[in-house]
Design a protein around this ligand. Structure first.
Ligand SMILES: C=C(O[C@H]1C=CC=C(C(=O)O)[C@@H]1O)C(=O)O
Length: 396
């Protein structure tokens, strides 16, 4: 971009940058799990619902899960934009990029006060028949040898008393450790995710992805937590669920990378509410850019199922609502083919006009899954966003 400069980070920069997100009709925020990078994007020079139709120095956004139309939403049907301004924070520095503004500090000074307005949840609606439908899926998996795994999703709607601010949400997200924090804003819609799952990161020809599938709750004490982790690592059902993901990532990436490193056994990745089986996978890319990898991998068997086509057909036919950006790539890519995409799970869509927050969760179902356990697991997976709606009032 025309104007770019870097300076040391000042103590209130981050706060001001967060508040600025709400003053633009279109904006985005992307924070990595180890917080080594925080990206802020403001305003749009170009917009498209298809990443194939937009390019530029850096593009932010998300792809819809599949072609199923998500009613009354622009964001959820695929939303990509080239920002007017973007800012990158590292631990100690700030880099500002803009096509039109050449004085960052006088732009930032226009920041309004952070507004703090209490929000309450007026009512909550769940898909109460989900365990029954999941039991039907388990029966189908046991009678149809061809379908091995389906990641079955559910949604929960919370009616809120008032609209929410992206800045307050992001501040309140800080309790969710070891996860990406992503917010995409378009007009009256906000998509928010505290996802532990990376789809892919590409940096100077080096690729990092991971298999993340297989879940158990966290313990109340360190020893209980360790026992739960050990039982997850030795669970045949969870190892199978996980192995499908590793196998497919390996297959897809073998022809697209060199020096592909796929560890034999998973380790544990611990979040606030759950712990997962996790296999980090790395490789070198000779000719492909990040969007090629995204297209090849999405949706992995951690979000769709095995075999992919049959699982997606099942999801389309049996989930109650389209997914939109749930379980889809969200993040950014650059003109040189680098970038990072997380997967939009542990997520919600907020419609500021209707004041409905729709929460999303899914679970990998295999033949020996137990419907009630999967219902509990998806309940835990709602928690990061359900908690966020409660914590919102206690934000800064
Ligand atoms: C689909 C979700 O999680 C996926 C990622 C990690 C573990 C999963 C599992 O154990 O089922 C899911 O495959 C979700 O959180 O909504």
């Amino acid at each position: 971009m025309q104007y770019t400069f870097t300076r040391p980070l000042k103590s209130n920069d981050e706060h001001s940058l967060l508040v600025m997100l709400d003053t633009y009709a279109i904006s985005a925020y992307f924070e990595t799990p180890n917080q080594d990078k925080k990206l802020f994007a403001y305003g749009a020079e170009k917009i498209s619902n298809d990443f194939n139709n937009i390019n530029g120095e850096i593009i932010f956004g998300g792809q819809q899960f599949n072609q199923t139309y998500f009613k009354d939403s622009v964001l959820m049907n695929g939303f990509w934009f080239l920002p007017t301004i973007y800012v990158e924070l590292t631990e100690s520095s700030l880099t500002f990029h803009s096509e039109t503004i050449n004085d960052f500090d006088s732009w930032l000074i226009k920041t309004k006060q952070l507004l703090k307005q209490q929000v309450s949840i007026l009512n909550t609606q769940d898909e109460e028949d989900w365990p029954t439908r999941t039991q039907m899926l388990i029966t189908d998996l046991n009678s149809d040898a061809e379908v091995k795994k389906v990641v079955f999703g559910r949604q929960r709607q919370n009616q809120l008393s008032r609209p929410l601010y992206a800045a307050n949400l992001i501040m309140a997200l800080s309790v969710q450790q070891n996860t990406y924090h992503v917010v995409l804003k378009n007009q009256n819609e906000l998509f928010v995710s505290a996802t532990p799952e990376r789809l892919v990161k590409v940096s100077s020809g080096y690729l990092e992805t991971a298999a993340l599938a297989g879940t158990i709750n966290r313990g109340l004490t360190p020893s209980e937590d360790q026992l739960l982790g050990e039982s997850l690592l030795s669970s045949v059902k969870n190892r199978q669920e996980h192995a499908y993901v590793v196998h497919e990532l390996k297959q897809k990436l073998q022809t697209m990378t060199t020096c592909l490193d796929v560890p034999e056994t998973p380790i544990l990745l611990k979040n606030k509410q759950v712990q997962h089986l996790y296999t980090p996978i790395n490789g070198k890319l000779a000719q492909y850019g990040i969007t090629d990898i995204m297209t090849a991998l999405h949706p992995t068997p951690a979000l769709g199922g095995v075999p992919k086509a049959l699982a997606l057909a099942y999801i389309n036919a049996h989930e109650k609502q389209p997914r939109g950006l749930f379980a889809s790539p969200i993040g950014y890519y650059t003109g040189s083919g680098d970038g990072e995409f997380a997967v939009g799970i542990r997520s919600m869509l907020i419609n500021q006009t209707t004041r409905i927050a729709t929460l999303f969760a899914g679970a990998g179902i295999v033949a020996d899954s137990i419907a009630e356990e999967e219902y509990e697991e998806t309940g835990l997976k709602f928690e990061p966003m359900q908690q966020l709606l409660k914590d919102y009032n206690h934000g800064e």
